[in-house]
Ligand binder design. Sequence first.
Ligand SMILES: NC(=O)c1ccc[n+]([C@@H]2O[C@H](COP(=O)([O-])OP(=O)(O)OC[C@H]3O[C@@H](n4cnc5c(N)ncnc54)[C@H](O)[C@@H]3O)[C@@H](O)[C@H]2O)c1
Length: 433
Amino acid sequence: VSLVRPAAPSDGNKLSESLDLASEFVTTSPNSSSDIMSSSVRNLLTGANLGVAGDGRGVELQLSSTRTISYRILHPLGHVFDPEDLSLARLVAGRPVIFAVDRHVYAGYGETIEPYAATHLLSLGVVLVDGDEKRKSWSQVEMLCTAAANASLPRDGVIVAVGGGVTLDLAGMAAAMFRRGVDFVRIPTTLIGIVDVAVGIKQGINFNGRKSLLGSFYPSIGAINDVTFLRTLPLEELTFGISEIIKMAMVSDRALFGLLESRGRELLLRESAIDWQFVRDITLWSERLMMLELQLDLYESSRARLVDFGHTFSPSLEASTAYDVPHGKAVALDMLLSTTLAVGRGLCTPDVLERLVGLYRSIGLPLFDAALRSELLMESLSAARQHRGGDLNLVLPTQVGEATFAQDVHLAEIESALAHMSRAVARHHAVGI
Ligand SMILES: NC(=O)c1ccc[n+]([C@@H]2O[C@H](COP(=O)([O-])OP(=O)(O)OC[C@H]3O[C@@H](n4cnc5c(N)ncnc54)[C@H](O)[C@@H]3O)[C@@H](O)[C@H]2O)c1
């Protein structure tokens, strides 16, 4: 009996090769094959859209399939719930809709959402979501699924999520599971939501004391990035949100970093002082950079991703403080620590760190936090390795606009970097800056 190799995993249609293997299996194993696959079954399989393979001790049927992903991020000139704006109505195309709206956002925008829904959509109702990171958990996903079930949202129905990253992630999880997946639309109302969450295809919830331990890769059918929501976003949220733009600039675009240095503070202006054109330009720039990086590996199969800059130590920082340290702040601290480590290793010159510190100071991002403890940071390296298939892939800048990956970090380096960071804060306080 000659051994027949199983068909290699394929990314295309390997049907004919697999069927050849099957016939070889059957014809070269006269004693055993008749028990496993009779000629009538073999005839049935021949011509079916399935690969067949075996190793002499069994038969394997194989189906390969690919799915094309395509989604759009729309940028309306005005407000998405303006009666004249048809972006959302066109995306859902007459299908039944259930809204998942952040409670605070509903307080400010419910009066525009409701009439828009009544005029342009077949709305089954609005579910209010608690957009607090401490409640980004299974219970709220279940609550959303229950609401969708009670409203009889059909398989072709659409969940429209309106809120920050917490709401978008919770609604994305519900959409991925309800009826094994219904379409969903993201309408981000925070800076992080606009430049980061809306651009990718994943969502996560906190579980068992760990940040984003449960999650899914499940693309929305589209996002509507309406920057006018930022008008009501609390200043602190806006400040922390800039972290995700700095992330993209630091790892992939020195010109964007330069723009943040010269005009980043303008993102914090309020009311009539807001330059909407600038806000649109800088968010679009950042979104495009993010999309370019994501499209290289949308499902994170390589697990070495520049967009993970600031996302190695930060999940543990968030979780260990019971989410008192918000996401954007944790990312900012992680980026600063990583850049300090890079300087310590001689991977980049000290002026890269000085520019980052200068940018943080101009925007009001933190330079240190008591939650930064060396033991916790070492633990976060193990957690990151588990998450990234065994490799650390810590993103360290080599210059402004470029970065590399590190696979190991020692306790002594972390302690030295922390000492450097706290001395820098003390120095700034001493000179009264
Ligand atoms: N899925 C992804 O790819 C991805 C990417 C980045 C971040 N995230 C997640 O996003 C979360 C952080 O999200 P976030 O920073 O957008 O904040 P958030 O959702 O935590 O919201 C922050 C606060 O702002 C309020 N708020 C939101 N929009 C408002 C508005 N326009 N006006 C007034 N108040 C408003 C919310 O009620 C909340 O209190 C984290 O859980 C993070 O893990 C996910």
